[in-house]
Write a protein that binds this ligand. Sequence first.
Ligand SMILES: *Cc1c(COP(=O)(O)O)cnc(C)c1O
Length: 368
Amino acid sequence: MKSVPYTKPSITNLEVKYAKDAAKNGWGKNCYDYIYKFEKIFKRHLNTRYSISTSSCTGALHMGMHALGISRGDEVILADTNWVATAAPIIHLGAKPIYVDILPDTWCIDPDKIENAITKKTKAIIAVHLYGNLCDMDKILKIGKKYNIPIIEDSAEALGSIYKGRRAGSMGIFGTFSFHGTKTVTTGEGGMFVTNNKKLYEKVLTLSNHGRSKKQKKQFWPEFAGFKYKISNIQAAIGYAQMKRIKILLKRKREIFNFYFQQLKKLPLKMNPEYKQTVNGFWMPTVVVNKNVKFDRDNLMNELKKNKIDARVFFFPLNLTPIGGKKAFNNKYVSEEIFLRSFNLPSHHNISKKDMLNIIRILKEHIV
Ligand SMILES: *Cc1c(COP(=O)(O)O)cnc(C)c1O
């Protein structure tokens, strides 16, 4: 029996050709060629003024928040349901993540609960577009304006998602992306920082270069202690090829989602929503089984595993993990109530119809 991975990059001859070229020729004065190409094609796609490639999305978040001056004693608001990568840089800056409950339909931060969490110490709000689903940006941006708090968009999972004509990642003070091997576009490991704010761009550019300003003529001269979160030219070559194929990559994600959705829509469950005036990038087809349905997620996970199908559980509420510090469940919170009936389906670009039908068959046996 062939195994079905939950994600796997789509690598064609184009990626191989550029990576080979970078490995052969991308040294000396050519050592940034693919990096600049990748940054340029990416910001064009997103329609932002500036882009800085990084070694990861986590690194991009770390530098961006450092550049905003977030430090010891500050607070940063984000959704409780999240990958830890969004919270870790907050902690490393000495600030405190404040976890806010999620909405039951988009599984993103509940804007109506943000205001309650704002204090004098709040220095930023991170809107994470979970699994491709978009945050309610109108409301969140309005709150940011009202309290003069910057909105950051962690768009690691939302390449291809569009909110009222604007791409995810381009609406806040800055946006970040991940090109980890599981993401829609990959460079193996890698990330991107994007912004329309010139001052912030210049600050992060200097930070990303060990604190050395582009304007400084002296060599080896740091203005302040910076970071080393750069991407390599070889990785950028792969990313450049992926971005040239972005339409195909995004189209395939839609096809996969729609296939699952059509087959599963009669079952008592919800999947990633796509509301009016938005486009969902559908990074990961996700199922949330309705409340009060007899369903045991771990049984289903085991059955899929037996069939060599690599499905994934929904993110834990970070509050309940060791980095959150909260001890007990409270079923009043959507984030704590939802995850035991939720999971992600395999969605790599080359998944076959036969494999998807097999997955659907198993789901139908378990969700009744
Ligand atoms: C994948 C992911 C990250 C981390 O990306 P890296 O490139 O691995 O650092 C951050 N935030 C979210 C929401 C993610 O899904």
